[in-house]
Design a protein around this ligand. Structure first.
Ligand code: SF4
Length: 147
């Protein structure tokens, strides 16, 4: 199963913010650190803010920070929410599959998809930045400048 690019970018942003401590990197800094185009990062940040996972402060000294809810959020729940309820296969696309009304494969793929999410449920954003990933994040340019 492959994540939507926007879901992966959201997880990258959350992980970068999880090591920010008292600093508040800007969207532009986070985008540059995490290899995400700025315009995509800005959309992702707006979505994460809407979901209460990220706070933004405007103006001089402003920037992004992870909320407490964001730090403790389940990776499985985040991925579920961002990926939506769609099927793994394109069962009902522009040219619907003729089997979609009663397909055993469709059911099996749904169960596999749920097992994938369930394996991520116990993991939090904070868990994702334990070593070795956390130290790697702290070595990224804007994190190094802030320390
Ligand atoms: S064969 Fe089944 S799983 Fe594949 S597209 Fe058709 S309905 Fe969906």
């Amino acid at each position: 199963m492959r994540l939507l690019r926007s879901t992966d970018m959201a997880l990258r942003v959350l992980m970068r913010l999880a090591v920010a401590g008292e600093t508040s990197p800007t969207t532009r800094e986070v985008a540059a650190d995490m290899g995400v185009p700025y315009t995509h990062a800005a959309k992702v940040v707006a979505e994460l803010q809407h979901r209460g996972l990220v706070e933004t402060r405007r103006g001089r000294g402003g920037g992004l920070s992870l909320t407490e809810a964001g730090r403790g959020a389940s990776v499985g729940r985040i991925v579920r929410a961002l990926e939506g309820e769609g099927d793994v296969a394109d069962c009902e696309g522009a040219t619907p599959c003729p089997l979609n009304a009663d397909c055993r494969l469709r059911g099996a793929l749904r169960r596999a998809q749920e097992a994938f999410y369930a394996s991520l449920d116990p993991l939090t954003v904070a868990d994702m930045v334990a070593a070795p990933t956390g130290p790697l994040l702290l070595g990224l340019p804007s994190a190094r400048r802030a320390s």
